[in-house]
Design a protein around this ligand. Structure first.
Ligand code: NAD
Length: 260
């Protein structure tokens, strides 16, 4: 196993899988945890094949379930013996106008995007503290955590909550040298999450579905969607010692779409 250890929650597909692979390529041993255990194991296997060594393991977790998160932390501790970086990438987006928004979808949004982040940060920071590691906790957030998002009340409320949680964690963990950040992404246009929302976005914007992507690109000063590599680039910096004097930040990766 490599030296530094990263845990990626929601690493079984899309952005989380990309970040898991990128972290492995940058010298981390990676614990990939996901509600979809088969996906987590598949990604770990692909990474091990690509790297020609055993740096990745896949695990089951339901990040919204306290006992499941505690079990994951114990297992990661047993297998890897330390944690240097926690990336919380698990997320869910349910879109509907407020008059039709189901209470259970609102609650699920809070559970996956916010409560899971709290549970994972709590359990993995304990391991960092025990080992005296000046670790890093990074939440994958969204520009919807800084500006409201039409028809996305549950998602946006949860992501705004993530910013407050990040700042509070940063204060609690500063004495241990553990730093905490949220990465505020623009739209990952090719991701299944964005693609699945296209029909709702077409409806809310009153345009045909095939015009949705371009409409979203037009909103971005740098004129393209957010790429997985953009997120990895910023993540690697904030995970590194070069960023040791930064904590509690909500860092925009939006091509200039959000500037505060
Ligand atoms: N896709 C976008 O356009 C976009 C834009 C901005 C921010 N984000 C954020 O980026 C992150 C990743 O998004 P994505 O597009 O890769 O999403 P995705 O739906 O493709 O992947 C999310 C992963 O989280 C896992 N997951 C869901 N609930 C879980 C739970 N309870 N416990 C453990 N794992 C769980 C899923 O199984 C899945 O593997 C999310 O936090 C999302 O809010 C995405």
């Amino acid at each position: 196993m490599g030296n530094k250890v990263a845990v990626i929650i929601g690493g079984g597909q899309t952005l989380g899988a990309f970040l898991s692979s990128g972290l492995a390529e940058n010298g981390y041993a990676v614990a990939i945890a996901d509600l979809n255990q088969a996906n987590a194991e598949k990604i770990a296997q692909e990474i091990n094949l690509k790297m020609s060594c055993n740096v990745a393991r896949g695990f089951y977790v339901d990040a919204t379930d306290e006992q499941s998160v505690i079990k994951l932390a114990n297992t990661v501790d047993t297998v890897f013996g330390r944690v240097d970086l926690l990336v919380y990438s698990a997320g869910i987006a349910k879109a509907a106008p407020i008059t039709e928004f189901k209470a259970q979808d609102f609650d699920l949004s809070l559970q996956v995007n916010l409560v899971g982040y709290f549970l994972c940060a709590r359990e993995f920071s304990k391991l960092m503290i025990r080992e005296g590691i000046a670790g890093r906790i990074i939440q994958i957030n969204s520009k919807s955590g800084k500006v409201g998002s039409k028809h996305n009340t549950g998602y946006s409320a949860a992501k705004f909550g993530g910013v407050g949680l990040t700042q509070s964690l940063a204060l609690d963990l500063a004495e241990y040298g553990i730093t905490v950040h949220s990465l505020m992404l623009g739209n990952l246009l090719k991701s299944p999450m964005f693609q699945s929302l296209i029909p709702q976005y077409a409806e809310k914007l009153g345009i045909p579905a095939e015009k949705v992507e371009q409409t979203y690109i037009d909103k971005v000063p740098l004129k393209r969607g957010c790429e997985y590599q953009d997120v990895l680039n910023v993540l690697l910096f904030y995970a590194s010692e070069k960023a040791e004097y930064c904590t509690g930040q909500s860092i925009n990766i939006t091509g200039g779409q959000v500037m505060f």
